[in-house]
Ligand binder design. Structure first.
Ligand code: PEP
Ligand code: MG
Length: 575
């Protein structure tokens, strides 16, 4: 029996034989063409074939997993028309007499490198889409058929280095129990498609997976990201039991995704989404989000080469608010520094950027950056349910300084006669231990808190959140972190203020009973987690959750905390 740990990408348990998905290498030579116009025409014919293939794949995806997943292939079809990409190919063919395969491969390679170098998980994941489209056209140019799954004849767990969206759609779903990939992250399209298809999936498990032989018995636990190879009978029986519960819970969860999360004894909590752009807004609404608990505004600053001006920000915020109608949207002001750098803005070089001039600290020293955002926020909030929060607050003085800049912007806009939000709730992220410890004082200054357990864990445990070697320490299930969460909620409630939580912990099934029991008012998470978290809350009474929370906070390790919830709340035991 061997256990491997990857990234949980789509919940559910699959038990069955391994099938290794290996693609034919697309080999080709780079050579000089005699007739560049004929070569360009050959390339264009290949594009037309690719476009027709994509229309078929798109129809198949729509039939199997819905319009959202089909949209991935519509986006692929658009890439075939991308003027910059086509221009690069045409220049290589017509001016340098390069063959179409090489010209396309080089142009796509440059694009892919650019996307991968961006410090944005979502955009980096789009590199896989460009590769997928380019490979499709290359296969057509080379006359290579696309069917690495001809030998897949029994329902199996698919193992692959990486799966492109096209690979995923081509698989015969009646023969796929789940996916596990060596590479990729939770926002890669394979993960998104797997969730859309309701298939368990693990990504980024590492190259060892490629050593597993075909037909080896596997247990894939997509909720926890664990893969067990050659399990013993006892382990199989244990997972079969969990599989039965998980299947029922997940099916119900998906059916009731748009219903509110109300405990069995009538206590309602708000379930909202973490988003970073307009597309995220739509995904959130589809998943059953009741609003947005964290709009990360960094995307507006990271995906470009200059600072966005006030008007541009205003338009983007309005577009997102429009999607949500009168539902609440919490916009977080700029959180750069740390691991998020702006290529066009010279941030000071620091020995320890996570402990340096990041987020609100930076904004308070750069009113030329901060004020246009605050003005855009105030304008965008006119007639909408917009709230604003400041990231990385460590002291009361910072909140007062930020609020005073906001007031300054309000006065300016009023004097200019601009329509603005008349009343807007103002909150802070509690993600630094000092803020958690001073929560009683900070609660006086604001309307709400949103606890950022990603940073709160790293600062409480002194464990870098991007360093895999200390990942078990920087973990929201650490009792030390949970105790701070309790302290923050208690302090805020004592002043009549509400508390949300927007770190990854809010979307963890095993954390839901604890957070509910601690009195959390709002859970904000990545959209795919929403249906299940709602369902877990519906299975509990508030008293049950309180008892779980109280017991959990007396324990002394994250493992013990998770084991306790598994034992007490079977509905949360999906990984
Ligand atoms: C957090 O720190 O928990 C959080 C939600 O913010 P970010 O992950 O963007 O730092
Ligand atoms: Mg944070």
């Amino acid at each position: 029996m061997k256990t491997l740990q990857g990234i949980a990408a789509s919940p559910g348990i699959a038990i069955g034989p391994a099938f290794r998905f290996q693609k034919t290498d697309l080999r080709f030579e780079c050579y000089a063409v005699q007739d560049p116009s004929a070569e360009w025409a050959r390339f264009q014919t290949a594009l037309e074939t690719a476009s027709a293939q994509l229309a078929d794949v798109c129809a198949q995806a729509e039939a199997e997993s819905g319009a959202d997943d089909a949209a991935i292939f519509q986006a692929h079809a658009l890439m075939l028309d991308d003027p910059e990409l086509l221009d690069a190919v045409r220049t290589a063919i017509e001016e340098q007499c390069v063959n179409a395969e090489s010209a396309l491969n080089d142009a796509a390679g440059t694009y892919i490198q650019l996307l991968e170098s961006l410090d944005d998980e979502y955009l980096s994941a789009r590199a896989a889409d460009v590769r997928d489209v380019a490979d499709r056209v290359l296969r057509i140019l080379l006359g290579v058929a696309e069917s690495p799954t001809a030998n897949l004849t029994t329902p199996s767990v698919i193992l692959a280095r990486d799966l492109t969206p096209s690979d995923t759609v081509l698989l015969d779903k009646s023969l796929v129990l789940g996916f596990c990939t060596a590479e990729g992250g939770p926002t890669a399209h394979t993960a998104i498609l797997a969730r859309g298809l309701g298939l368990p999936a693990i990504v980024g498990i590492g190259p060892d997976i490629l050593e597993v032989e075909d037909h080896t018995t596997l247990i894939l636990d997509g909720g926890s990201g664990t893969l067990v190879a050659e399990p013993d009978d006892k382990t199989v029986a244990m997972y079969r039991g969990r599989q039965a519960v998980a299947t029922t819970v997940l099916a119900q969860a998906r059916e009731q995704a748009h219903e509110p999360a109300i405990t069995r004894d009538g206590h309602r909590v708000e379930i909202v989404a973490n988003i970073g752009n307009v597309e995220g807004a739509r995904a959130a609404l589809d998943a059953g989000a009741e609003g947005v608990g964290l709009l990360r505004t960094e995307f507006l600053y990271l995906e470009r080469d200059h600072l966005p001006d006030e008007e541009e920000q205003y338009q983007t915020y309005r577009a997102i608010l429009y999607e949500f109608g009168d539902r609440p949207v919490i916009l977080r002001t700029l959180d750069i520094g740390g691991d998020k750098e702006l290529s066009y803005f010279d941030l000071p070089k620091e020995m320890n950027p996570f402990l340096g001039l990041r987020a609100i600290r930076l904004c308070l020293t750069q009113p030329n950056i901060f004020k246009p955002q605050l003005r855009a926020v105030l304008r965008a909030g006119a007639g909408r349910n917009l709230k604003v929060m400041f990231p990385m607050v460590a002291t009361v003085a910072e909140v007062r300084a930020a609020r005073s800049l906001l007031e300054e912007c309000r006065a300016e806009l009023l004097a200019e006669g601009q329509p603005i939000a008349e009343e807007m709730e103002i909150g802070i992220m509690v993600e630094i231990p000092s803020a958690a410890l001073m929560a009683d004082r900070l609660a006086v200054e604001v309307d709400f808190f949103s606890i950022g357990t990603n940073d709160l864990s790293q600062y409480t445990m002194a464990a870098d959140r991007v360093n895999a070697a200390v990942a078990p320490l920087a973990n929201g299930f650490q009792p030390a972190v949970l105790r701070l969460v309790r302290q923050v909620i208690t302090a805020a409630h004592a002043q009549g203020k509400w508390v949300g939580l927007c770190g990854e912990l809010a979307g963890e099934p095993l954390a839901a009973p604890i957070l509910l029991g601690l009195g959390l008012d709002e859970f904000s998470m990545n959209p795919p987690a929403i249906p299940l978290i709602k369902q877990i809350i519906r299975a509990l009474t508030l008293d049950q959750a309180r008892a779980v929370a109280q017991a959990a906070l007396e324990l002394d390790s994250p493992d013990a905390v998770q084991a306790l919830v598994r034992e007490r709340v079977p509905a949360a035991d999906l990984g």
